[in-house]
Design a protein around this ligand. Structure first.
Ligand SMILES: [Zn+2]
Length: 422
């Protein structure tokens, strides 16, 4: 495989990120300086640089995957915030770098970190972008904005009033955050909060959106309860995280079709964080659908029926959900939401890039975009399992073969990694 970021590939079947089926490459796909060639001149230059086109007969090429909601800072083996906060800073920094490597090894070439307390992911984002470490392109949210004692308050994002909202949002932007995260409802992870309870009224969330927009940022809102979802939608957030329509009887027990219709008419996406854990909870010991499956499946199917746009996400880092395990989440997503593989793949590539504001950077195989793609043996539009073990993962034009992927997946020390030589 090429040592530099100028190459051409031929003879593969390609899924560019939107269509309903694969297409056979009729002319070489040229990459110049890590991007799909935009012009004939760039294509010529890529040809001239490349020794010979890389013959990918029998292989399928798809865009690299995007997980729109992870927490790099969280260790999925730890159960409580207290344990998470007790991890020493140096140890945490090393673990975050390792997790980023594992994500890339699994074909995740872009991710959005939906919050933590240390801002360590901001530095990691820069090191990866500079080619100093292997990992996905990272968008950072920084400290989630929350109410006093509210969901994930221990991360330092508490605000008591409007002025504090402005200051806290500005501080995240100042720290280099790409997005602003707000906790519109309580959550499972924080003792003393309830997922279905709202944390801000509509005006409070609108103030978060305004403060974020003043810095050119969009807002991701953590929302479980239906009332919190409604506040966030009307306040103008861009992504609704979880959207579990939780009511007094639990997740998926307060479905609101009118609100769903309203959501489908706005420029927003639901990021439902369906993950490997959901997959494990879908059926009971006898193989029968669980109550959890019935409620959450109905919730997602009703949203789908109302035309809500989805992006793929996992909430990786929460207990039992590993950072590299997006594909298991995609398979669960297809089952819970009754989606075709192509719909799930769009949610994990082109649609996600659009929602995250990266449509001119990644998420499709298109001229000018970063050369982020997977080389597969089988067609993932037939079966998402084809994504499980890519033959190559290519990130910004750098090829990772199976041996390199295995080394990263095993958590091998990545300090000595050099771009192009993995
Ligand atoms: Zn989360």
């Amino acid at each position: 495989m090429p040592e530099n970021k100028d190459f051409s590939i031929t003879r593969a079947r390609v899924w560019r990120g939107r269509s309903a089926s694969l297409e056979a490459l009729t002319s070489p796909l040229d990459v110049r300086e890590g991007r799909f060639a935009e012009t004939a001149e760039a294509a010529e230059a890529a040809h001239a640089q490349a020794a010979a086109p890389i013959d990918l007969s029998g292989r399928v090429v798809v865009p690299g995957l995007i997980d729109a909601h992870v927490h790099l800072e969280l260790d999925p083996m730890l159960r409580t915030p207290t344990e998470q906060l007790a991890v020493p800073r140096d140890e945490r920094r090393a673990a975050m770098a390792r997790r980023a490597g594992q994500m890339l090894a699994a074909g995740i070439t872009t991710t959005r970190d939906c919050g933590g307390g240390s801002h360590l992911e901001h530095a990691l984002r820069g090191e990866i972008a500079a080619g100093m470490r292997p990992g996905p392109r990272i968008l950072c949210c920084g400290r989630p904005i929350t109410t006093p004692g509210g969901h994930c308050h221990f991360w330092g994002g508490e605000v008591a009033d409007g002025e504090e909202i402005d200051a806290k949002v500005a501080a995240q932007i100042e720290a280099g955050s790409d997005w602003i995260k707000v906790m519109a409802t309580g959550g499972v992870f924080t003792p003393g909060t309830r997922a279905r309870d709202t944390q801000f009224d509509e005006a409070g969330l609108a103030r978060v959106v305004r403060a974020a927009a003043a810095g050119g940022r969009s807002v991701a809102a953590h929302c479980h309860g239906s009332e919190g979802i409604a506040h966030a939608v009307r306040a103008g957030v861009r992504t609704i995280e979880h959207a579990s329509f939780a009511g007094p009887d639990g997740f998926g027990t307060a479905l609101d079709p009118d609100l769903m219709r309203e959501m489908s008419e706005r420029e927003l996406w639901v990021s439902p964080t369906v993950n490997a854990g959901w997959g494990r909870r879908a059926t009971d010991d006898r193989g029968a659908p669980t109550d959890f499956f019935r409620r959450l499946s109905a919730c997602l199917r009703t949203q789908r029926a109302h035309g809500i746009r989805f992006i793929a996400s996992t909430d990786a880092g929460i207990p039992g959900v590993a950072h590299h395990d997006l594909v298991a989440g995609l398979k669960a997503f297809a089952i819970f939401a009754d989606l075709r593989p192509v719909d799930v793949l769009r949610a994990a590539t082109s649609e996600s890039a659009r929602a995250l504001g990266l449509e001119h950077e990644t998420g499709r195989i298109a001229p000018g975009l970063s050369a982020d793609f997977l080389v597969l043996r089988d067609d993932p539009l037939e079966d998402l399992a084809a994504l499980e073990d890519p033959e190559w993962v290519v990130s910004r034009g750098v090829w990772l073969d199976r041996a390199a992927r295995r080394a990263l997946a095993s958590g091998e020390d990545v300090e000595g990694w050099e771009p192009g030589r993995a």
